[in-house]
Structures are given as C-alpha cells and as structure tokens.
Ligand binder design. Sequence first.
Ligand code: ADP
Ligand code: MG
Length: 267
Amino acid sequence: MPRVLALANQKGGVGKTTTAINLGTALAAIGERVLIVDLDPQGNASTGLGIDRKSRRVSTYDVMVGAHTLAEAVLETAVPRLSVAPSTLDLLGVELEIASERDRAFRLRNAIVKLHEAARLSGEEGFSYILVDCPPSLNLLTINAMTAADSVLVPLQCEFFALEGLSQLLKTVEQVRAALNPRLGIHGVVLTMFDPRNNLSNQVVEDVRQFMGDKVYDTIIPRNVRVSEAPSHGKPVLLYDLKCTGAQAYLRLASEVIQRERALQAA
Ligand code: ADP
Ligand code: MG
C-alpha cells in the first residue's frame, strides 16, 4: 500500500495546499511516485498544478459519491511521477449527499484500496505516497482523509494564533483513531511562512516546539514570494524557481518526511 498522509488544519491559509503541491513535487523529484488527492472544493491544489477546470472531467466529488473510481480521476501533471486527483466545487455538496450512508467516512479509504488493488493486478508499480489536501474544516471530507491516512501532517503558520485550534485538531485525530482508524498517527508539524525578521515568528517556533516537541519537523518553510507566485503560473515552486529558499526548504522537508517514514516502518 502507498503511504497516505492527510494534510490537515481546520484553519484556512496556513499552507496546506502549498505544502501538498510542493512536498508532493519534492517527493517525486527524489524518486517517489506521488498522488495528490484534492479534497478541498476550492480546488487550489489542482489549479496550482496546472490543471484547468475544463480538464477536470472526473473529480474527487465523483469518487466520493461512488460514480467513478479514483483511477479514473487521476491526471498526470507536468512533474514526472506526480499525479493529481482534481476537485471541483461539486465537492461542497458531498457531505449532505453521503451523510446517511453507512460507509460515509470510508469512501476515500475504499477508493484508495481499490486503486492499489487495480495497480497490483495489472502489474503496475502504483503510488508510493498519497497526499490528501484537506479543506479548512473538520468536516466529513477531512474525516475521510484521516480515515484513509496512515498519518496526519499539520501545517502551522508562524503567526500569533498558530496554536489556537491545534488542540481541537489533535482531539479530532484521537477520535478518528479510536472510532475509525487505529493506524492513525501524527506524522509531524511543519511550520510555514516563517519570517526571520519578525520576532513573533521566532516566538511561535519556540512555543510550537514546546507544545509539540519532536513532532515538529526541523525544516521550517520560510515566507518566500516565489512560493506564492508559483501557483498563478500553474507550477510548483520547484519548477518555477528551484533555487529559491522556499523550493529548497520543501526539498529538505521531503527528505525529512522520508526519514521519518523509514523510522516508522522499522519500529
Ligand atoms: P491553505 O491550503 O492552508 O488554505 P495555502 O497553501 O493556500 O493555505 O496558503 C495560503 C496563502 O499563503 C496562499 O496564497 C499561498 O500562496 C501563500 N503561501 C503559502 N506558503 C507560503 C510561503 N512559504 N511563502 C509565501 N506565501 C506562502
Ligand atoms: Mg488549501
């Protein structure tokens, strides 16, 4: 099975999508076969990977309602070894549509298992990592991501309210672990949009390390204008400007993620 990481934080604008795109690209660059599942109705991960609305013929909405398989939604991107299952605004209505189904929390998990089985039967290599880009809410979509995941990767923005909401998120992870997915753990917390000239940024790093200990990755993603420009070109920052500090940080994060995975597998 691929390693499935849910990128979750119920706050918007903390770097979930940016991390999905660029961590995914960095993992692909070092040889992993990566699928990004866009589970946010806004579809920013799909757009940021250069997938225009017209090409989203099968979306994660279709997968969640059971009209199509995940394999049918998968599109290749400009990055070798990186694919995306795009989302559309239809996903906004999915929660109501599947609310009364018994398997409502397992839709994504079942779709991923089926994708893996199909790859195995046809002798294909399949994906080694699946990154799920969650919406900014602890709704049924995020629950589906956590139920499907081996672990949760939490982006936290280096700003004053960084820790606010984190306990709620951790509680949700606990609840999903207890009720739906005993495998679920916290992979790590990645601090994003760090500004070294801002004392507050430094304070936040200290506070988060105090609170989350070694769950916090050593790599900190700096605030970097190239990172925010890249999506409007439909490119990951690693393709847009490989040398910039943001791209380099995401490469370091990818190797840290892989190191942690190896340690988890060995344990
Ligand atoms: P989320 O998915 O959590 O809502 P995004 O990844 O979309 O957050 O990021 C929110 C905004 O911040 C976007 O406009 C994005 O381009 C910008 N951004 C994210 N990370 C960085 C960074 N390291 N440097 C500069 N801008 C960033
Ligand atoms: Mg997002």
